[in-house]
Design a protein around this ligand. Structure first.
Ligand SMILES: NC(=O)c1ccc[n+]([C@@H]2O[C@H](COP(=O)([O-])OP(=O)(O)OC[C@H]3O[C@@H](n4cnc5c(N)ncnc54)[C@H](OP(=O)(O)O)[C@@H]3O)[C@@H](O)[C@H]2O)c1
Length: 318
């Protein structure tokens, strides 16, 4: 099988690479990684040519325009990468009978719901990034409708607050914790921190069977976040404490992190107040998968968000 991973230099792309390397999957499959140099996703025609040349059976699109605030002034670029590129990938997948794994975000919602969002809840993004990701979701769903092919399938995994090998909130907080003796962090936005490694691992549990071959699954949108919920402020406190426990020399203690409302920290792009997403749809699907002796994936799925954050902080030696 040919596997093609877009976004090789991003947090999620690197997590896929690490899993494929650890499991020696390149001995079983031809795995190709594409970054910006191999294929600029803002060029639709180049992307279509690239796909037809590489002929992937499984496309993993870990690439995206993720600069949420810059997106407000780079509208065309955000839409090119987050909407048009996945549309081209989806058309290829459904014409050629391939599997397409794509990622979306809590930012497709406006965050006004009091409880966790369900997959079918109305999308109402607040900013350009969210709008471009919604356009990507819709384009993938439409391509599937317009080019029915029995072998073709797609999953759009919506996730939130991703951290991995790259720039992210936890890294920023720990950098600031080395420099400052007090910090203000937003305490009235809630969500779930998601390890890129966890997300890649759960994604593969969905699309590959125990022999690492493609499995069939119902195409659609699924929420993929770890168990539990938190706020940016509580996450900052938890990460700082985990770093202290791991022996890091920080100037900041958790009790010096002050809770503020989002209104005190204005940013160019508005963010949803509630980013919590219900996990039951993907959980049901994962539970239906024959275990094949490998219960690790389900254990990972049940893991609350705190454990991987603590490991991440220790692993990175921050
Ligand atoms: N990060 C989060 O908190 C978060 C939250 C919810 C959902 N998500 C979604 O999760 C997925 C993975 O996010 P992530 O955190 O891994 O993102 P990331 O670290 O920002 O990586 C995105 C990758 O996309 C690549 N890319 C951007 N423009 C490109 C272009 N024109 N051509 C080719 N490649 C291009 C970037 O390349 P360069 O390295 O060259 O810039 C980067 O390697 C995305 O779909 C994102 O929307 C992320």
């Amino acid at each position: 099988m040919n596997i093609l991973v877009f976004g090789k230099d991003g947090q999620l792309g690197k997590a896929f690479q690490s899993i494929f390397d650890t499991k020696n999957l390149d001995e079983l499959h031809a795995i190709d990684y594409a970054g910006r140099e191999q294929c600029d996703l803002s060029r639709e025609l180049d992307l279509a040519t690239f796909l037809h040349h590489r002929k992937p059976d499984l496309i993993i699109n870990a690439a995206a325009y993720t600069a949420v605030d810059h997106a407000e002034s780079e509208v065309d670029l955000a839409f090119a990468i987050n909407a048009k590129a996945p549309a081209v990938m989806a058309c290829y997948a459904f014409e050629e009978g391939a599997t397409f794994l794509h990622y979306s975000t809590d930012y497709v919602f406006d965050g006004s719901k009091a409880t966790p969002y369900l997959e079918g809840d109305a999308r109402n993004p607040l900013g350009i990034y969210g709008k471009s990701k919604v356009a990507g979701e819709v384009a993938v769903e439409d391509a599937f409708k317009h080019h029915p092919n029995t072998d073709a399938q797609f999953a759009i995994l919506r996730t939130s607050w991703v951290y991995g090998d790259g720039g992210n909130f936890i890294r920023t907080i720990l950098r600031l914790a080395k420099e400052r003796e007090s910090l203000k962090v937003i305490a009235n936005q809630s969500g779930v921190p998601t390890s890129a490694y966890w997300l890649a691992s759960i994604s593969l549990a969905l699309v590959l069977d125990e022999n690492h071959q493609l499995r069939s699954f119902p195409s659609g949108i699924y929420h993929a976040v770890p168990q539990g919920e938190t706020t940016w402020h509580a996450l900052a406190c938890y990460a700082v404490q985990a770093a202290i426990d791991a022996g890091a020399a920080l100037k900041l203690r958790p009790d010096q992190i002050n809770a503020i409302p989002a209104s005190e920290y204005p940013l160019p792009a508005p963010r949803p107040m509630n980013s919590r997403m219900a996990r039951s749809a993907l959980e049901t699907l994962l539970n239906q998968i024959p275990k094949g002796g490998d219960v690790t994936k389900l254990q990972q799925w049940q893991q609350p968000w705190q454990e991987p954050v603590a490991h991440y902080v220790q692993d990175k030696g921050i």
